[in-house]
Design a protein around this ligand. Structure first.
Ligand code: ADP
Ligand code: MG
Length: 323
């Protein structure tokens, strides 16, 4: 279990992390979502003991990172944004080297074999790292994080720069890890977090702006009642009848789906359930509805809403070149 309390990190005038608190429970995959520059890497570097915080505490499985840095670090496997690979070594030699560096006490051969099996890099064990694809290198980085079987795995943007096939492989690996470990992974890609994580926290400009399960986050914010309808009848007639329904503020005509049948996207005011009124309006108009579907808000839209409603935070200079 990871507990982060009131974490603050300043770089001069920049407040990179602004009073962030959250916990990750055992066996949970927690997504740490936010745009570039939000403070994700800074937070992860503090949790893993790479850099110190300006204030606040981090506890890993009962070990406070400041009181017992060795103890806390031994419970964490970390895959930083740029994996710390020695690219002139073979995969096997590198893992053996990291094994010693981390002073892992498990049986060396068996343990490295196991880690290679889990991350599916057995076939490339004797290859030199610099000759591997980005996808394989990332898996070697993950293997390194798994050495010593730490209960907590922290992954900073683990799929950045991978191609779609490699992304799917990496996602599956991470989901598998979630069964045994507490996993915290950062991403600026919403679909990523939606696909892998049980819970998501959203950080923007150093501040936490949301903390919830991935599905309830989109549900909480999905009160916009956006719908897609398929209606038989002349589009001009359908459009004007739909626009006349109370609570509907916008109707777009979609694609034609058959003879005299068309799709319509209907947007209603928040908290207004217009579906029944639409049904009766179409019946009265003699233009029958043959399909009606509510459109749930994607996390992407949810995210925009959450971050947009964020008030004034002092502007910070962008350092750029990161991501
Ligand atoms: P993310 O990982 O979410 O993209 P970072 O944690 O890398 O964000 O950065 C958060 C903020 O802190 C950014 O404004 C960045 O410019 C700033 N920052 C990060 N590292 C440093 C540093 N070493 N010195 C000064 N500013 C930094
Ligand atoms: Mg980052």
């Amino acid at each position: 279990m990871v507990e982060v309390k009131n974490l603050v990190k300043r770089y001069g005038d920049t407040l990179a992390v602004d009073d962030v608190s959250f916990t990750a429970e055992t066996g949970e995959i927690l997504g740490f979502l936010g745009p570039n520059g939000a403070g994700k890497s800074t937070t992860m570097n503090i949790i893993t003991g790479y850099i110190s915080s300006s204030s606040g505490t981090v506890t890993i499985d009962g070990c406070e990172i400041l009181d017992d840095p060795e103890g806390a670090k031994s419970k964490i496997g970390y895959l930083p944004e740029i994996p710390p690979l020695y690219i002139d070594m073979t995969v096997r030699k590198y893992l053996e080297f990291m094994f010693s560096l981390k002073r892992v006490t498990l049986p060396k051969r068996e343990h490295i074999d196991e880690v290679c099996a889990v991350t599916k890099i057995k076939d490339v064990q004797n290859r030199i790292i610099k000759h591997l694809s980005k996808g394989y290198r990332q898996r070697v980085g993950l293997a390194q994080a798994l050495l010593g079987n730490p209960p907590v795995i922290i992954l900073d943007e683990p799929t950045v720069g991978l191609d779609p096939k490699q992304i799917i492989e990496m996602r599956n690996l991470i989901k598998g890890l979630g069964k045994k470990h507490t996993v915290i992974l950062s991403s600026h890609v919403l679909s990523e977090v939606q696909a892998i994580c049980d819970r998501v926290i959203i950080i923007n400009r150093g501040k936490l702006v949301a903390d919830s399960s991935t599905s309830s986050l989109s549900q909480n914010l999905s009160r916009s009642n956006d719908m897609t309808l398929r209606v038989v009848g002349a589009p001009t007639s359908v459009l004007s009848a739909l626009r006349a329904v109370e609570g509907v503020y916008k109707v777009d005509k979609g694609q034609k789906t058959g003879d005299n049948c068309c799709e319509y996207h209907v947007y209603s005011e928040r908290d207004k359930d217009t579906s029944k009124a639409i049904f009766y309006a179409m019946a009265k108009n003699n233009t029958p509805i043959v399909m009606m579907r509510g459109n749930e808000l994607s996390l992407e839209e949810a995210f925009l809403r959450v971050t947009k409603s964020e008030p004034h935070i002092a502007d910070k200079s962008e350092r750029g070149g990161k991501g």
